[in-house]
Design a protein around this ligand. Sequence first.
Ligand code: NDP
Length: 308
Amino acid sequence: MALLYKADPERGRHWQALFARHAPDIEFRQWPDMGNPAEIRYLLAWQPPENLTGCLPALDVLFATSAGVDQFDFSELPDTLSVVRMLDPAIEHGMIEYATFATLWLHRRIGDYARQQREGHWQAHMLRPASEKRIGVLGLGQLGTAIATHLVSYGFPVSGWARTMRDVPGITCHAGQEALDDFLASSDMLICVLPLTGDTRGILNTALFERLPEGAGLINIGRGEHLIEADLTRALDEGRLSGAVLDVLRNEPPPRDHPFWRDERILMTPHIAAMTQPETAFPVLLDNLRRHQRGEPMIGQVDRQRGY
Ligand code: NDP
């Protein structure tokens, strides 16, 4: 039985060594050297090859190398194929680290101080205590919950919004469209950790920004397509929003003439909030492979109807 890996070749070598050492019964093959396709039951990939069914006729499970699965076109995948997302603890750790950094960067106005330093200008601004800066987390799943819970420890009042009602100790939880207005009205800092689906694409737009308190901050660590980028510029120009930290962009990298490159109110990073680490992801993947071999449910299986 074989697993085909189709993602970053350098990390592929790490995965290969881990399989050789801990699961020698599963033959590890690296795209495009796939050998006999009829022997491949598992695909570990960022993007599946085109014409998946023709290419890998015996495939049982597509394991994403990422936590998000929006890069897959589910309509192109065989109905019987299970899709499992990556629940590497290193991703959770990275997202907590990045969301904390971004929250404190905006909260402590570090962008303003960096600009003042460049201008040779020494001036302190009033510091609003964390207890008065309300944080709202869009998406209370694996990652949103971890981020929300961590930020509470800094003294921020934190609320979260999901599709269905969640119960997270220390977090004020909201669910569904009918609760969105109340949630937004109490979010001085909005962190988007939603999956990208038909329902969430473009959710960060003018209509949403208008429901936030004046001067709110925005952090997007979900996907670039959650944000209508021109609406962010407008909200910043109007003072509706005070600043933004974006780890994800509609086009990565954005074109050279994209206005965000030169906008000092926006901090952009090249999709680095979290990265799958083979060393910590391997035990998670192997556990799922063994579960599949025993006919047990896998952890992180995607609901293909829901899209996440
Ligand atoms: P989960 O599937 O665990 O959680 C998703 C959350 O979003 C759930 O709370 C879900 O609600 C909520 N949600 C989904 N659709 C809607 C909707 N229409 N309305 C309201 N709430 C909704 O995902 P994760 O937390 O593991 O990951 C979230 C996303 O983070 C990923 O999909 C990916 O896009 C992004 N990501 C970004 C990374 C980066 O480096 N920037 C790295 C890793 C992930 P419910 O609880 O009711 O199901």
